[in-house]
Design a protein around this ligand. Sequence first.
Ligand SMILES: [Zn+2]
Length: 367
Amino acid sequence: MKRLSTNFNLAIFVLFLLRLWLPSTEALPISATKKLKKLDRFEEVGDRTPVKTFTSSMFEHWSPEKSLSKDSSASSWNYQDTNAWANLPNSACGAKQQSPIDIRPRLSEKKAFSKLSFENYGNIDKMGLVNSGSSVVYTLPSTFPKNRVPSISGGGLNDVYNFIQFHLHWGANSAKGSEHLMNSKSYPAELHLVHYNTKYGSFAEATKHSDGLAVLGIFISVGPNDNEFFQPLVGQLDEVITAQSETILTNLVPFKNLLPKQTTSFYRYSGSLTTPICNEIVIWTVFDNPIQISEKQLAKFRKLEDNTAKSLVDNFRPAQQLNGRIKFYRSFTGCEIPRSWPITSTPFLDAFTWTTCLINFTFSPWQ
Ligand SMILES: [Zn+2]
């Protein structure tokens, strides 16, 4: 019995030494093959080539600035003929890394990203609400303190991304509405939380770079009950029925409660804005867990009007081709055994790394 105990202690000691020698939890575990590493844009330090300069009107769906100009890009495109977007001036809509996409879980590559980290994702007062003609856009008050701006980091992102606005996409009925698809199926709506890379200093500067924006995509399903956290978003929609109208929200918007209950699992890929001119500057994170609102809440969005005073519905772009891009998936635990295992040079180490990751997962908070 004593000998058994001694052996056990020795084993623990060896494991402890190995743990010290291994990289930190952030880097755990390892799974990427050399080929994958080469294709993984999110870790490429050299991928910082500035792209073209664009005017702010091209980003009204994505930036807090609304365009009141009647001859702006807002009226030069619509959701009835999305194929025509590629013909717009300076358009990237016909390029090879477009969004949204049809997410096929079986064709995704599991990747051991760290957990996403949410800072200042609390309650925000007096948010702006604008009917942009293509969506409803919720923005921070202009006087909002910089040190309290919600931000995201981790989860495979190389930098800190500050929140700039969120908006939604929805269908004329609940059989469609989301931009991303899951196994070719639509959700009734999709929420997009837009963040820009703080290392570029401003949203405008960030839009010139391929890692400029990080957008969180959240599927919205319909359930029998109102979502109380969503109520501040829908409560004043009747004040912005006509395109280009705006108001200030009187109720606090609870940022954290707009996220799915579980944010540890998500899909990740490189893509674009989903409105003209479709700039390929977005690192997409799409959560596989939806949030739920009621049909009654969703119906309020369908009462809004677009730039031509018609019903603002079906404001989603169809799924685009992947064109060889890899969709990554972070599983619930974030722990992956290398695909080639056990035919690797370090099967024991891989197994140990995986086990350590699972232990860390078990004893750490899930969110
Ligand atoms: Zn969007």
